[in-house]
Design a protein. Structure first.
Length: 308
């Protein structure tokens, strides 16, 4: 429906001013902070996307996914019996089987997400992208994080972008599809909005900011624009699409700010793992440190949180 995006204009100075105000929001303290942090944990896609990934470090990641916060810390918060785990484990397609087997052996139902479709550059033929998606699903991935061809956005080929994403959605089958826009490489906030809309029209279950491999990853201006697109799409169609900021989110304070922004822009119904995820590899460590400090009143030493 190209009419939706033909006259899009984004007031960049206003968006940037709003983003600066977001950074100044006061964070919550005490038990409220602990509650927000535990909520953030349940929305994390715990990720390893390194060239030196092996079955052993994927198994370790899966153990951490099931036990994200030390058991004694959860007991102190009376949250040990609430089944707190991360939202998903995210790996390359070649490591999906390792993750599925590790989580199955651990007796938990955390979904495995796989990056696909020429991640991170998207510079592979469509046939190769579709084959990679199908293989990842075959290996047991229940969520697929695809990446779009940035050139289609930069040259205004919106129907081509729609068709590419639509075919990827078809290849995912029953698996949920998160569409990575790589916003740092789209040239303008207007392009971010348009690409968000096209991705949702083509059937994306989530739209995601970045691969984590770009120079600029998840930023608040981009987050605001993408959430406004999600809101507009919901008003027009009644369909709720999820949002996933990813790349460069490393501190507990940043995680809480993203949660607050989602609450302000989209509402509390989006604050669930079904509609909000945080893509991160090192964020969980800082969250666990903050919870350790909240419970004990002292800072964690290196050996206190060895699994982090």
């Amino acid at each position: 429906e190209l009419g939706w995006i033909s006259k899009v204009h984004v007031n960049r100075p206003a968006v940037v001013r709003h983003a600066e105000q977001i950074k100044k929001w006061r964070t919550v303290k005490g038990n409220w902070q602990a509650a927000w942090l535990l909520k953030a944990v349940t929305c994390i896609d715990l990720t390893t996307l390194s060239g030196d990934d092996t079955p052993s470090n994927v198994h370790r990641l899966c153990f951490k996914a099931k036990h994200p916060i030390r058991e004694d810390l959860l007991k102190a918060l009376d949250m040990h019996d609430k089944g707190i785990t991360v939202g998903a484990v995210c790996v390359y397609p070649a490591r999906v089987t390792d993750a599925v087997n590790a989580l199955k052996a651990a007796g938990c139902n955390i979904p495995v997400a796989a990056v696909a479709a020429g991640f991170p550059s998207g510079q592979t033929p469509l046939e190769t992208k579709l084959a990679e998606i199908k293989l990842a699903v075959e290996y047991g991935a229940r969520e697929i994080d695809i990446v779009i061809s940035r050139s289609l956005v930069l040259t205004g080929q919106w129907e081509g972008l729609y068709e590419e994403i639509r075919q990827c959605r078809e290849a995912c089958g029953e698996a949920h599809m998160k569409t990575i826009l790589a916003t740092g490489e789209l040239g303008s906030l207007a392009n971010v909005y348009k690409a968000s809309m096209i991705a949702m029209m083509a059937g994306s279950d989530f739209i995601k900011t970045s691969t984590g491999k770009e120079v600029e990853n998840a930023t608040f201006p981009v987050g605001v624009v993408m959430m406004r697109a999600i809101k507009e799409f919901y008003w027009q169609t009644g369909n709720r699409v999820g949002f996933k900021p990813a790349g460069g989110i490393r501190t507990a304070k940043e995680a809480i700010t993203w949660l607050m922004l989602v609450k302000e822009e989209l509402g509390v119904e989006w604050l669930t793992p079904e509609l909000f995820r945080l893509g991160a590899s090192s964020l969980l460590e800082d969250i666990e440190k903050q919870i350790f400090y909240h419970v004990t009143g002292s800072y964690a030493l290196q050996h206190d949180l060895a699994m982090a």
